[in-house]
Design a protein around this ligand. Structure first.
Ligand code: UD1
Ligand code: CA
Length: 484
């Protein structure tokens, strides 16, 4: 596969792209047993975001340099199909970790000479593919292209040293903060950690690296001075969006990037017409698709893939995962919907909540009403069915217009196996009933409150299964014995 890019003349040219992702570092400041690049941002490991970016570039492969937590990191990549898609991921171990140059040296055996290598970091999740397309275009297969940024406080970063210290002077070197002179430390243009470089040149330059510097590391950034010495042009593609190159080194930085990302998504939703009560109080950890006139109140979390139909309203404090909510449905506050792998569907005009729980395989038809403290699992409710208070429906098929009373449940599990309950159309189940599955309630029937139903009920009948009420007249309550 190749990446189509525009070179300076404006003619489309296909340059094969290989992405190298450095992910061997320890991430000490996370103070976590989980490898840094597996910490989630928007519900997905940082590294998966970077792999998705590589895929968006139509790179022919991603080479992931692993070290700390290598086994876990490699396993996590193999698991994420969204991140892996169809392109190849090559894992290369870097042990011990002797610097970014040493990291990329490990990739050399799996890099062909004909491509452009884009170097990314596994802990920099929010780089836009368009930015990298520009960088690749700037490289054009024969230059060294660096992604740079102006920073008010450049401490800690590699500085872009230009001829004559001029803002538009030719790039001569990157000097790491710890190796920089006082004058160099005053430079505010920094290297982002991202470059695009012709593979053949990269290999030659990597072979020349040494670790004669303050940190005793092999710096990838030293290849800039080799390019200059070899007469290969070095171009800087400067951007002004710091979020795109921000790395995660600590929980504080992770949270800051999460907020930045969520705010971006909130704005994207609003640009598509979604009404958000507060763009700072929505979290989308996956993909949220909204038709026209959707409104979402504060503090809602969306996970996996969620589709909201036209005019859907989501109340405050709802968590919705892997669900399809059809046009005009209203989800009242504090509702938890989690479809997991089976999914949940809420039919048009349905009303759910407040305080409802829809679990995998809940399929609600048109105008179904589910009220407070009602749990639905692996059950289909036909149009107009209602369960408004304190109920459980599991492994059930519920017909049209059924009314399922407060406190009633399906006893679907006998301790070993799950059984189905079939409630036919227009059945009215009273309050506090137990329907012991497998059982079928015939159409139009009524079940008296407090019944424990263990046998099928006939259509149209009133079925009652409970102790008879007895009243004992003039009954005297027991009296306390007088103290001796
Ligand atoms: C690097 C750049 C610096 C730039 C900064 C941007 C070098 C020498 N310096 O700095 O110019 O301004 O990024 O953030 O490249 N890693 C490995 N193996 C190693 C060392 C690092 O895989 O042996 C990985 C890390 O896990 C991380 C990435 O490489 O994902 C960058 O390493 P880091 O230590 O953060 O870079 P700096 O030295 O701070
Ligand atoms: Ca370092």
């Amino acid at each position: 596969m190749t990446s189509e890019i525009l070179v300076e003349q404006g003619t489309p040219e296909r340059l094969p792209v290989d992405v190298v992702i450095m992910a061997a570092g320890k991430g000490t400041r996370m103070k976590s047993l989980l490898p840094k690049v597996l910490h989630p941002l928007a519900g997905r490991p940082l590294l998966h975001h970077v792999l998705s970016t590589a895929r968006a570039l139509q790179a022919r492969q991603a080479v992931v340099i692993t070290g700390h937590g290598a086994i876990e990191v490699e396993a996590a990549c193999a698991m994420d199909t969204r991140a892996t898609g169809s392109f190849r991921i090559n894992f290369v171990r870097q042990e011990p970790q002797l610097g970014t140059g040493h990291a990329v040296q490990q990739a050399v055996p799996v890099l062909a000479d004909d491509g452009v290598v884009v170097v990314l970091s596994g802990d920099v999740p929010l780089t836009r593919p368009a930015t990298l397309h520009h960088l690749i275009a700037a490289c054009a297969g024969d230059k060294l292209a660096l992604l740079t940024l102006e920073m008010a406080d450049p401490a800690g970063y590699g500085r872009i040293v230009r001829r004559g210290a001029m803002a538009d002077g030719e790039v001569l070197a990157i000097v790491e903060h710890k190796d920089a002179s006082v004058a160099q430390r005053a430079i505010t243009e920094i290297y982002s950690g991202i470059m695009a470089v012709p593979a053949a040149q990269l290999k030659r330059w990597l072979a020349r690296l040494d670790n004669q510097n303050v940190q005793g590391e092999f710096y990838l950034t030293d290849i800039v001075k080799f390019a200059v010495a070899d007469g290969v042009p070095v171009v800087a593609h400067k951007i002004d969006d710091a979020v795109q190159v921000a790395g995660v080194n600590s929980p504080v930085q992770l949270a800051a990037l999460e907020r930045a990302y969520q705010l971006q998504q909130a704005h994207r939703l609003m640009e598509d017409g979604v009404r958000l009560a507060d763009p700072a109080r929505i979290d989308v950890r996956g993909e949220l698709f909204c038709a026209h006139d959707v409104s979402i109140d504060v503090n809602c979390v969306f996970e996996g893939q969620v589709n909201l139909g036209q005019g859907v309203a989501i109340g405050a404090n709802c968590v919705v995962a892997n669900a399809v909510i059809e046009a005009g449905a209203v989800i009242h506050p504090f509702t938890h919907i989690d479809g997991e792998a089976m999914g949940v569907t809420v039919g048009p005009g349905a009303r759910v909540g407040p305080f409802a729980r829809l679990r995998p395989g809940a399929r609600l038809g048109e105008d179904v009403h589910i009220g407070n403290f009602v749990e639905i699992k692996n059950s289909t409710l036909a149009a107009g069915a209602k369960a408004n208070h304190l109920a459980y429906l599991g492994d059930a098929t519920v017909g049209e217009r059924v009314n399922f009373g407060a406190g009633s449940i399906t006893a679907n599990y006998d301790g070993a196996n799950k059984h189905r309950t079939d409630i036919e159309a227009d059945v009215h189940v009273g309050s506090n009933c137990v329907l012991v599955a497998p059982v079928t309630l015939g159409a139009g029937g009524t079940v008296g409150g407090g019944s424990t139903i263990t046998k099928n009920t006939p259509a149209g009948a009133l079925s009652v299964a409970r102790g008879k009420q007895v009243s004992i007249a003039n009954w005297a309550r027991p009296q306390k014995k007088p103290k001796a």
